[in-house]
Write a protein that binds this ligand. Structure first.
Ligand SMILES: *Cc1c(COP(=O)(O)O)cnc(C)c1O
Length: 384
């Protein structure tokens, strides 16, 4: 059996070397390292794939979020609501821009922002909502967009974990994750579903004026060479990373499918075990069917019930199975983001999830032998 890894970047690279290497080589030969033709090519191809008017590449997913908020003209003191159960980058950029982060609880089944908690958190100072499409599936965008419309709020989708996922509306129409709100952001960190070989990110929008504003912000606030109209940043996707991404984009659907196939096998293996709760897809898609693309499994995250989660992690590690706890500490209890406004009683779900979640190896190269080994070890532990 191949050594089990949380993410198998080498195995994936070996499959696509013949496409990726010449793409990188081309950039080196032409020495168009910054803003080269590859960046533009990738931008256009991603716009087509996502069916969105504008993709603005940038340096990483954290910058993408920050720049999206700058582009919307949010001002210090504006309140921005986001989920308590996410990677810190989401709340970090809110705080960095002197906006006021307002953390709210999530759902126990899909781990995404809870709509009732979100409604409760709205005040006259609220200006934006940042739903995070956690672990590969969309938050309840239909409800979020309704709330935003009623209260005149911006919606910024943090789509670092769900690129390629479809959101299905109640009437059956679909849209790609990240293209539904005013603006969306993503990350091309190597382990993400579409990863480059370094850092990278992008911002998506269908709004022409916002796209124009953002294109200037990523480039020192310049709309005309050496004319700085607004305070910007330096945030570029470099051409070598664009070459990697452009070579990999045609594989994204197959990669997401491979993740879903692995998830389906895990689900099947755990289906009769009461103390294991497999990932739920509460959207309109409720089965992992062949055409289902509403969960792209950035992580495959179980909840355990009546089981010592940390002992399970230790047992799996001792058996050469890496696994992760995403996330072990809720943001509202992180030193940097604590606030006396927060009340523990408002975070019952997150407070429970941090004790129950465990993410198993999930990537495009998992084979049946590895899945069989992983699931059998989990069962061995559960059955004592
Ligand atoms: C990875 C990630 C980010 C940040 O992306 P970077 O490219 O690492 O800056 C932001 N939000 C979420 C939810 C993420 O998973």
């Amino acid at each position: 059996m191949k050594k089990i890894q949380m993410v198998d970047l080498k195995g994936q690279y070996n499959q696509i070397k013949d496409v990726v290497n010449p793409s990188i080589q081309e950039v080196i030969e032409t020495t168009a390292f910054i803003n080269g033709p590859k960046v533009h090519e990738f931008q256009k191809n991603l716009e087509t794939y996502l069916d969105v008017k504008h993709v603005i590449p940038c340096a990483n997913g954290t910058d993408a979020l920050q720049i999206a908020m700058m582009g919307l003209g949010l001002k210090p003191g504006d309140e921005v609501i986001t989920a308590d159960f996410t990677f810190a980058a989401t709340v970090e950029v809110i705080a960095l821009l002197n906006l006021t982060p307002v953390l709210v609880d999530v759902n126990p089944d899909d781990f995404n922002i809870n709509i009732e908690a979100l409604k409760k958190a709205i005040t006259p100072k609220t200006k934006a909502i940042v739903p995070v499409h956690l672990f590969g599936q969309c938050a309840n965008m239909e409800a979020i967009m309704d709330i935003a419309k009623t209260h005149n709020l911006f919606v910024i989708e943090d789509n670092a974990q769900a690129i390629g996922a479809n959101y299905t509306y109640k009437d059956g129409t679909k849209a790609k994750a990240g293209t539904i709100g005013d603006v969306g952001s993503t990350s091309f960190f190597p382990s993400k579903n579409l990863g480059c070989y370094g850092d990278g990110g992008a911002i998506f929008t269908n709004n022409d004026a916002l796209a124009h504003t953002i294109r200037g912000i990523v480039n020192h606030g310049m709309y005309e060479r050496y004319h700085h109209d607004v305070v910007g940043v330096n945030s570029r996707l470099d051409s070598i990373q664009a070459a990697v991404l452009d070579a990999k984009l045609p594989y994204l659907n197959a990669y997401n499918k491979a993740r879903q196939t692995a998830a389906r096998k895990y689900n099947e293996a755990f289906k009769n075990i009461d103390s294991i709760i497999t990932p739920k897809i509460p959207n309109t898609c409720d089965t992992l069917c062949d055409t289902c693309d509403c969960h792209v499994f950035h992580q495959y995250t179980l909840k355990v019930n009546g089981v010592d989660r940390d002992a399970l992690v230790k047992f799996l590690n001792e058996n050469d199975i890496p696994c992760g706890v995403y996330y072990p500490i809720p943001l509202h209890r992180q030193k940097a983001y604590m606030d006396e406004r927060y009340n523990e009683a408002d975070f019952t779900v997150t407070n429970q999830l941090i004790q129950e979640v465990i993410s198993l190896p999930m990537h495009t190269e998992l084979d049946d032998e590895q899945i069989e080994y992983i699931t059998s070890k989990v069962k061995t532990f559960i059955n004592g």
